[in-house]
Design a protein around this ligand. Sequence first.
Ligand code: SF4
Length: 368
Amino acid sequence: MSFWEELRAYKDFDFDGFLRRTSPEDVRRVLGGESRAPLDFLTLLAPAAAGCLEEMARRAQDITRRNFGNVILLYTPLYLANHCVNHCRYCSFNAGHRIERRQLSMDEIREEAEAIAGLGFQDLLVLTGESRSVTPISYLEEALGVLKGYFPALGLEIYPLTTDEYRRLIEAGADYLTIYQEVYNPQVYAYMHPRGPKRDYFFRLDAPERAAASGMRGVTIGALLGLDDWRRETFFTGLHAAYLQRKFPQVEVGVSVPRVRPNVGGFIPPVSVDDRELTQIILALRFFLPRAGISVSTRERPWLRDHLLRLGVTRISAASVTAVGGHARPEVGTEQFQPADNRTVEEIKAAIIACGYQPVFKDWHRLW
Ligand code: SF4
């Protein structure tokens, strides 16, 4: 069984008709109840729910406080390499772009780790492009071996692996995996990924499940918002997360809501997702997945991130550098995308406190 079976069941579902027929009364009925049926979730994504955002926000705030308390976890990304064999239309690291390609040596990784740990971070998300020849599993194992000396929690955002490969990286120190399907619509997926191993929709779709089955402590998934109809994409993201929660109750399942950002190549997203729509997405996800962490990265502007903090978000990135080796040497490298929130860690901590929350750097500590 794969999540594909569940997704395929909606092949002939009349999304447009359902969303058109949904009324504000339907939205209020869902908000007033406890049902978490898929079509209740879809109801909260309907155009009619856009007029009920304040009621949704109150409900989301209450659900978040009950399940996560008053804390916001801070993490930061570290790009190990930008070599990539894929041609994702929306990404600066696309193999067809003439950018400087870099890969950190173990000494450079140590240098970056010191710079990042010096800012107070204890939760690090490690990223690479997809190049099994430049960044093979053995390189990632060695890098994790260095990094686990600095950070009690290590996440991976890398190319999809086999179950055995995930096991090797867990053994080397990985605690959680972030992997986005990018777009659940298979036709749009094929268009967005014209060449390279990432064309394999199903290998990517099942990667979170393989990671969970391998023993990964946490798995975060998401769709890249802007590539296709955001209501359907959010719906399938939510169903995918719920599927993982049911199948792997011991795994901490999270969702992320990245929107396409300016990039080398000038890709313009075919679908716009404005701030109110992003807010609706987060509120609907919070209602449907009360126990799932929700991450918002520095792709979003400061005032919007501060606003979203109160509505269901539990993890945010800070001091993000999306170029390889950019923490210790900010002058080098092409960014994967341009961050929109460039505040310092201290400024972000102050903003979190001003919103009535407690910033934390650690919610997990590996014992070995
Ligand atoms: S999104 Fe990932 S796989 Fe695609 S081009 Fe960028 S780095 Fe490579």
